[in-house]
Design a protein around this ligand. Structure first.
Ligand SMILES: *[C@@H]1O[C@H](CO)[C@@H](O)[C@H](O)[C@H]1NC(C)=O
Ligand SMILES: *[C@@H]1O[C@H](CO)[C@@H](O)[C@H](O)[C@H]1NC(C)=O
Ligand SMILES: *[C@@H]1O[C@H](CO)[C@@H](O)[C@H](O)[C@H]1NC(C)=O
Ligand SMILES: *[C@@H]1O[C@H](CO)[C@@H](O)[C@H](O)[C@H]1NC(C)=O
Ligand SMILES: *[C@@H]1O[C@H](CO)[C@@H](O)[C@H](O)[C@H]1NC(C)=O
Ligand SMILES: *[C@@H]1O[C@H](CO)[C@@H](O)[C@H](O)[C@H]1NC(C)=O
Ligand SMILES: *[C@@H]1O[C@H](CO)[C@@H](O)[C@H](O)[C@H]1NC(C)=O
Ligand SMILES: *[C@@H]1O[C@H](CO)[C@@H](O)[C@H](O)[C@H]1NC(C)=O
Ligand SMILES: *[C@@H]1O[C@H](CO)[C@@H](O)[C@H](O)[C@H]1NC(C)=O
Length: 816
């Protein structure tokens, strides 16, 4: 009893002391001998960052941290006492002690964290200040330019703009960004980002401080050679690399300083870069590295299985296993892995009933580090070889026997559609197939016949989703086969029947039906090189547009391309194909009718001019439709002919990308040299001419060219009114910051100038000479939505040539 009273007195005394010595609320500095406690905080001068005690999520542990003050979620960018939480902030102190060190004292007055500056200074001119870039510095007022200590040089889980990530050559200390264990536990997890440990000029992501699973590639003076997204790297973050006597480090600044970003090593092992949308009040993910969870080393920990097909990637436990840390697992921190529900008793032949057995996991990517038993010749012997050793946890046999001892890591569930992913066909490494997992008999799932993915259903049903999506994929494959078979059948039989449902929404029409529906092709909507388009009506009076393809060979090709690309995709900004007719020599395509007509007809109008808001929405819609084509479909589709003629508008002037007659399907991650030039002069990217590989960026180029038309209302092939080629004028006016002159005169200055600048910038980015310098359509969408802010684009070289009166790429193009 007495002791308790004494304790209270001590605590009260500490409180009294701290009240007398605390920094003033809302201050940005702590002076020597001062401290903060409880809900007191430091706020940087511009009010962007705040430092104080916080507790993550539902955790009852408290930490000293720095967070974004103006963002409601108060996302933390730095944590001091990651491994030593305190339980009661109101009687704990963060103090600038008399030796110049920042120390955190817990409620019994013991230091639980310190800035650990070795050179002790007793100067009372020392103070700690929270700066407006989120850096907490300790400095000496007699020499304020060189901080004695700063959080930027001792990062926790986030990499801040301006902070070095490298090595101090004198102390040998590396700056390391280390993941939290989970979103509620800031203590260091297994994943980190740092300069390569051999001090070469590249950054690496490490598992358990030693194993590299991502490398940025060597800095080439301009960018990291292996990062896939040079656009982000060069034009949004502006990375740089510095080496001098004292240190070697990478750093980045934001090209647009008003952008708010957050770069963190996530508990999943991915480096994620977010940008804050002030108007929507939310973070948007810009990139993650690696982009797939399953590419993180041991992402799912021991005995966990990663599923790439669930999006975003997810982990499950092997059958017979359960998460080691259920709480972390539920928070999406999977790297702690799974453990056995029942430990197996090493098989003792005398006790068959209670022993262990093998469970077949079908179609998985094999775990890392197998032991190869070259002498073993058959699956039975391989099973026996594993069964004999109590340490053996699994085996696999593909003509050769592999066994694994101890933990199984990096197992990935594969799906039927994944076939042939042996990218490096080097040695005889066994990469995928059936893995036989040793389990206690009681844990082996009953009747394993045809129960394919042998993974547990995770609590949120992702295994079920995976099964469903593979069923859907199978249905799609089958339906496509049906369509192809059906077309063939039709061609041979020329049967004439009523419209028939074929592929979900795609119908097959007879020629005579279409003749009736279009009143014998009497109401013509338009005419092009491919044939003509007629207006018609379905029996339920839905208005349709019927495209009749002409020119036997070309027509046939366009017909097939349209059916195969458009037949299987749906997006609000892509025109909907309702059906087709394929009878004798007739090839017709049936679409939803777009009452707004094509965009080019609106551009040339003198009345009912499209307003600025409408133009912006049209541009955004087209960008979203193209992003869907490029990124979100099962196969990547390049439209190859983006121009105002191929953008249709519905009755509310919403845009739909149409005319896929030139489209090209290309597997993701592949680019190809196409032999035939596709597209329309004036919209064609230089790589069509130069013979470089064709990628989705050709659509980005054409999109950029189209933007110029939407801004100016001038057609891109028109000579203008003597003021010069329009893209050139945009590029030069952007440099002068005066874009309003570029605007379509018919709008009479009715424009949001910010949006106009943004679109002019996007347009110039899209027509960069090199496809790598152009943004992806996804990034264009982000820029238009205001997620990504970009700076001034460089002047495209071909425009420079035009200005100098040299032969330009563009001029050459028009002469083909
Ligand atoms: C800080 O805590 C004190 C007492 O616990 C309370 O009276 C005060 O309102 C708090 N201040 C803020 C800004 O939350
Ligand atoms: C905190 O716990 C509640 C109830 O258990 C839950 O609904 C909520 O999502 C949790 N919040 C966080 C940030 O985890
Ligand atoms: C304060 O920290 C010391 C050293 O880490 C520890 O032994 C002590 O238990 C802590 N006191 C409280 C109340 O947490
Ligand atoms: C400070 O130094 C001590 C002893 O060298 C060490 O145990 C501790 O982890 C260091 N703290 C920090 C924050 O670096
Ligand atoms: C701070 O400045 C004073 C006066 O210049 C100097 O004596 C002292 O050594 C400095 N302390 C540190 C840690 O640099
Ligand atoms: C340092 O502290 C001493 C005594 O507390 C005071 O006399 C002196 O002026 C202080 N010096 C500075 C530079 O603040
Ligand atoms: C990490 O590495 C240490 C030794 O460097 C080892 O003891 C530990 O088990 C490893 N942890 C994991 C999860 O692999
Ligand atoms: C990028 O950073 C370097 C130095 O850090 C600077 O010289 C250059 O102007 C910056 N570039 C842009 C586009 O901001
Ligand atoms: C067989 O296993 C059962 C259950 O674990 C045990 O009770 C029994 O003693 C075992 N028999 C032998 C011969 O080891």
């Amino acid at each position: 009893m007495k002791r308790l009273v004494l304790c209270n007195i001590i605590i009260a005394f500490i409180l009294f002391i701290s009240l007398k010595t605390t920094a003033a609320a809302g201050d940005s500095t702590i002076a020597l001998g001062q401290a903060i406690s409880g809900n007191q905080t430091l706020v940087s001068k511009g009010g962007h960052f705040e430092l104080g005690f916080f507790h993550p999520g539902n955790s009852s542990n408290y930490y000293i941290g720095i967070w974004f003050k103006n963002i409601p979620t108060h996302d933390v960018v730095w944590v001091a006492n990651r491994q030593n939480p305190i339980s009661n902030p109101s009687i704990s102190l963060l103090k600038l002690s008399n030796n110049g060190n920042l120390v955190l004292l817990n409620q019994s007055g013991s230091p639980v964290w310190s800035s650990n500056i070795s050179t002790v200074s007793t100067s009372n001119s020392t103070f700690a200040e929270l700066l407006d870039n989120g850096n907490l510095v300790i400095r000496n007022s007699s020499n304020p330019s060189t901080p004695i200590w700063q959080t930027f040089e001792h990062p926790s889980h986030a990499w801040m703009p301006g902070a070095p990530l490298g090595v101090n050559k004198q102390t040998g200390e590396f700056q390391t960004i280390t993941s939290w264990k989970s979103s509620e536990d800031p203590s260091p997890g297994l994943f980190s980002l740092s300069l390569a440990l051999d001090r070469s000029s590249q950054l690496v992501e490490l598992y358990n401080s030693s194993l590299i699973y991502v490398s940025t590639g060597v800095w080439n003076g301009q960018f990291f050679s292996s990062l896939p997204d040079v656009f982000i790297e060069k034009f949004i973050y502006n990375f740089s690399f510095v080496e001098n006597e004292e240190q070697k480090y990478a750093a980045f600044t934001l090209v647009d300083p008003s952008m708010i970003t957050h770069t963190v090593m996530d508990p999943s092992g991915q480096v994620k870069q977010f940008s804050y949308l002030s108007d929507k009040k939310q973070w948007m993910l810009i990139t993650s590295q690696p982009s797939a969870l399953c590419d993180v080393y041991s992402a799912c920990g021991a005995f966990g299985v990663c599923d790439r097909k669930s999006s975003p990637g997810r982990c499950s436990c092997f059958a017979g296993f359960e998460p080691v840390l259920k709480m972390d697992w539920d928070l999406g921190a999977w790297s702690s892995g799974c453990s056995r529900k029942t430990s197996f008793q090493c098989n003792d032949k005398s006790n068959k009933s209670t022993g262990d057995g093998f469970f077949e996991m079908k179609m998985v990517k094999m775990p890392s580090n197998p032991l190869k038993l070259t002498a073993v010749q058959s699956a039975e012997e391989c099973e026996k070889a594993c069964g004999r050793h109590c340490a053996c946890t699994a085996y696999a046999f593909n003509g050769k026997c592999s066994i694994w001892n101890g933990h199984l890591e990096n197992v990935e569930q594969l799906h039927d559609s994944d076939g042939g992913d042996d990218d490096d066909d080097d040695d005889d490494e066994f990469k995928a197939g059936s893995l036989f997992l040793r389990l206690a008999t009681s844990d082996i799932p009953p009747s394993t016949n045809n129960v394919s993915p042998p993974i547990l259903k995770s609590s949120n049903g992702h295994a079920a989703t995976a099964v469903i999506s593979s069923v859907v994929a199978a249905v799609l494959v089958i339906s496509f086969a049906i369509v192809v078979g059906f077309l063939w059948f039709r061609r041979r039989r020329s049967a004439s029947r009523m419209a028939k449902q074929v592929l979900g929404s795609l119908s097959s029409f007879t020629y005579s039906d279409l003749q009736r529906m279009t009143k014998n092709f009497s109401d013509i909507l338009g005419k092009g090189g491919f044939g003509s388009v007629f207006k018609g009506a379905l029996p339920d009076s839905t208005i349709i547009a019927v495209k009749k393809l002409e020119g036997s060979r070309q027509g046939e090709k366009q017909f097939r391309t349209e059916v195969s690309t458009l037949g299987s995709i749906h997006h609000v900004n892509l025109v909907r194909l309702r059906g087709f007719c394929c009878e004798a020599n007739n090839r017709l395509l049936v679409y939803d009718y777009m009452p707004g007509g094509s965009l080019d007809s609106h551009l040339s109008r003198s009345t009912n001019v499209l307003g600025w808001k409408t133009r912006y929405q049209i541009i955004l819609g087209v960008a979203r439709g193209l992003d869907y084509l490029h990124e979100k479909c099962r196969e990547c589709i390049i439209h190859c002919d983006i121009k105002p003629e191929n953008i249709l508008l519905d009755n509310e002037l919403r845009p739909m990308v149409a005319d896929f007659g030139m489209a090209k399907l290309i597997g993701h991650d592949f680019s190809r040299v196409l032999t035939t030039v596709r597209g329309t002069l004036g919209y064609m990217a230089p790589e069509w001419i130069s013979g470089l590989p064709i990628t989705v960026k050709v659509d980005v180029y054409s999109f950029g060219m189209m933007l110029f038309e939407l801004i100016s209302g001038e057609r891109n092939n028109s000579p203008g009114d003597g003021r010069g080629y329009f893209p050139f004028r945009v590029a030069s006016q952007l440099a002068d910051g005066n874009v309003i002159d570029l605007l379509d005169k018919r709008l009479q200055g009715e424009v949001d100038e910010e949006e106009l600048k943004r679109i002019c910038g996007v347009a110039c980015w899209c027509i960069q000479d090199s496809d790598a310098d152009r943004p992806t359509m996804g990034q264009v969408v982000q820029i238009l939505e205001g997620v990504l802010l970009v700076n001034m684009p460089p002047f495209p070289r071909f425009l420079q040539h035009l200005m100098d009166g040299h032969d330009s790429m563009y001029v050459n193009m028009s002469s083909i």
